[in-house]
Design a protein around this ligand. Structure first.
Ligand code: PLP
Length: 651
């Protein structure tokens, strides 16, 4: 802010508000990590390689899409950010390797479950080429996709995790025969026999990995990915048994990789250190026992600072990318150095940290409801004073009238009590609908008056501070939480949300965001803030005949693939936007969102039968003179158009 700091809730004269105020209010530099900012026009800009003069105006993108008949909601992917994330990961490890005199390389393998969309996986694979990065799969279908995608690149690693049946393993062995560097990771003991059998049948010398069940538990939401009770991995006794089996077959050299996955979104660096330390010791012991180990795979877990607080909070992380790389390299190096063992190639299965930043979900606001819109005019008050009203309504009028800065809490208590009594009387049939309506209006008008006066206090009592949330607006937004932000609904994951325009103007309203599904869970009512989470988001008042757009950032990891079809809202439109080398931006790819036809088909409706059924109905109505032919045709055309139209609202 230009002049001094303001308390939350206070307002700055509109002319004094600057885009710097918006940057601070929405904490953009903290979570944006240089990829997002606000330009002088008050629009959010995207800087794919974090360079300030190479930026894309997000509001301009939305308008450009609208000119191409692509309306919000839309997921906008920035390929440049993806490329930059991969480079950054490579660079921080390269630096850590130099600093720790590490005598081997690092490569990431992108777990495609994080965002399986073909275009995303292809881009990660393409951009990762110069760093020798590979891919990780967790199922047979994922492997089948990756086998086709990785032709002609024998050196790039493919790591195969997840439960494996015989045909999954046969596919791995066949890919080995085709020349891929592919490693099935034994997650449970039975998989070893399958690998050995298929390898023998196809005369292939396989590379094998093993997932270690770490004793050090993970942390955060996915803490059970590690520890004794974790679903995957072999106990040390089983690994020793595995070693025995391989030794008997003279195949110790085939055991090439040790792996662990300490959980996703590790918020605390101590967990990373503990897990890597334990894994490094397992590596060293196995190496000394004669295993041909070449790789140490530290799994996923590298976090994303969704709320920008750089703290040990589930939506954040208390370490940087540089610190992570340093810790991983240092721990492995020191264990190997102490035992005089070769340094293995380091592999990480970082998914979230690669993909999250590159996608933004943008949607329009369809309308709003506001509880502080109930006004009581001075004339009304005079009339009320003269009218004979039921006692609780009279009390509410008194509470409203007597509200002043010295008795805010009392007025609020009086209003709450009187409203409860009014409702009680209504339920007993002792209050008319008209008086109940009046009571409601007086109650909300009193709350608003109290809240407005409380905003001017130096210290706001907790009870009155809550009025900010109670009186907040609801902005109805054209998207589905279940489809586009499943982690917000399922595990209360926080994502940064903010308007993408009008940011040179103070957002004077506070709102929660409701989606268009018929479900009260379909909402966002927790927002990022450096101190704690905010229960409301600062937004601008809606203007007549003008669209208002909000965006959710950092949604490139897990959200698209976990989304569901609640209320039959399918995939949103997706576009890939790139910077043009000569300035500006261009649309590299457009993937149109689901039509009503398509989502109905997913649900096994025979879509070929929908239109004929409706047409038959129209013809019967024409036959019975209930409508004209023209009316029947209009209904048919409407229905057909809607079946082929976007599943979201098109105001
Ligand atoms: N590897 C495995 C085995 C996983 O289960 C996961 C996700 O949970 C990942 C890698 C990716 O983790 P992240 O997105 O935290 O990097």
């Amino acid at each position: 802010m230009a002049a001094g700091k303001k308390r939350e809730g206070t307002t700055v004269p509109p002319s004094a508000w600057t885009v710097e105020d918006s940057l601070e209010l929405f904490q953009v530099p903290a979570w944006g990590k240089g990829y997002f900012s606000i330009n002088a026009a008050g629009h959010v800009v995207v800087r794919p390689d974090t360079t300030a003069d190479r930026e894309i105006d997000l509001h301009e993108v939305v308008q450009g899409l609208s000119e191409r008949d692509l309306r919000t909601p839309v997921v906008v992917r920035f390929s440049g950010i993806l490329a930059h994330r991969l480079k950054r990961l490579h660079d921080v490890f390269a630096q850590a390797i130099v600093e720790n005199e590490y005598r081997n390389k690092y490569a990431a393998v992108f777990p495609i479950k994080v965002n399986q969309q073909r275009l995303v996986v292809e881009e990660v694979y393409r951009y990762g080429k110069e760093y020798g990065f590979g891919l990780e799969v967790g199922s047979k279908p994922e492997l089948l996709a990756v086998m086709a995608m990785t032709e002609d690149s024998p050196d790039r690693l493919i790591v195969c995790n997840g439960f494996k049946d015989s045909s999954y393993i046969e596919a791995v062995i066949l890919a080995t025969k085709l020349g891929r560097t592919i490693i099935p990771v034994v997650e449970n003991f039975a998989e070893l026999a399958l690998i050995l059998n298929h390898a023998a049948t196809h005369a292939v010398r396989p590379k094998i990995g093993v997932r270690v069940k770490l004793a050090s538990e993970g942390s955060g939401r996915w803490r059970e990915s590690a520890g004794d009770r974790s679903k995957f991995g072999l106990f040390v006794t089983e690994i020793l048994e595995m070693l025995k089996v391989l030794r008997e077959r003279d195949m110790l050299d085939c055991l090439q990789l040790v792996h662990c996955h300490p959980g996703s979104q590790l918020q605390d660096i101590r967990r990373v250190k503990e897990a890597i330390n334990e894994l490094a010791h397992v590596y060293a012991e196995l190496k000394q026992l004669g295993a041909g180990l070449q790789y140490i795979d530290v799994g996923g877990g590298l976090g994303v600072d969704y709320d920008g607080s750089a703290s040990n909070f589930p939506s954040s992380m208390n370490y940087t990318l540089v610190e992570y790389a340093n810790d991983v390299v240092y721990r492995i190096a020191s264990v190997c150095n102490a035992r005089n063992i070769e340094h293995p190639m380091i592999v990480s299965e970082s998914g979230r940290a690669i993909a999250a930043h590159h996608s933004v979900l943008i949607f329009d606001v369809l309308g709003h409801s506001a509880l502080d819109g109930f006004t009581v005019l001075p004339g009304d008050i005079d009339k009320l004073a003269r009218a004979s009203l039921p006692q609780p309504v009279q009390d509410l009028a008194d509470a409203f009238r007597s509200t002043n800065p010295r008795r805010l809490v009392e007025s609020y208590h009086d209003a709450v009590t009187a409203r409860d009594e009014a409702l009680q009387m209504f339920k007993l049939g002792l209050l008319s609908l008209e008086h109940r309506g009046l009571a409601e209006r007086l109650y909300w008008a009193t709350c608003t008056k109290v809240r407005d006066a409380a905003r001017k206090l130096d210290e706001v009592p907790d009870e009155l501070a809550e009025l900010e949330g109670i009186l907040s607006d609801t902005y109805f937004c054209n998207f589905s939480v279940f489809q586009s932000l499943p982690d917000s609904w399922a595990i209360d994951q926080l994502f940064p949300v903010m308007p993408i325009h009008r940011l040179d103007e103070q957002p004077v309203r506070k709102a929660v965001l409701a989606d268009i599904t018929c479900d009260s869970d379909g909402k966002i009512d927790r927002f990022v803030s450096l101190r704690d989470t905010k229960r409301t988001l600062e937004v601008h008042p809606l203007r007549k005949d003008e669209d208002y757009f909000l965006a959710v950032f950092l949604v490139g990891a897990y959200q698209e693939t976990l989304g569901d079809l609640h209320n039959l809202f399918g995939d949103t439109h997706v576009v890939h936007i790139r910077l043009h080398e000569e300035g500006g931006w261009w649309i590299e790819e457009i993937v149109k969102g689901d039509t009503a036809n398509r989502v109905l088909e997913y649900m096994e409706y025979d879509v070929a039968e929908l239109y004929p059924a409706l047409a038959r109905d129209c013809e019967r109505a024409v036959r019975d003179n209930r409508m004209t032919v023209a009316e029947g045709q209009a209904i048919k055309r409407f229905y057909e158009n809607e079946l082929n139209g976007y599943a979201y609202l098109e105001p």
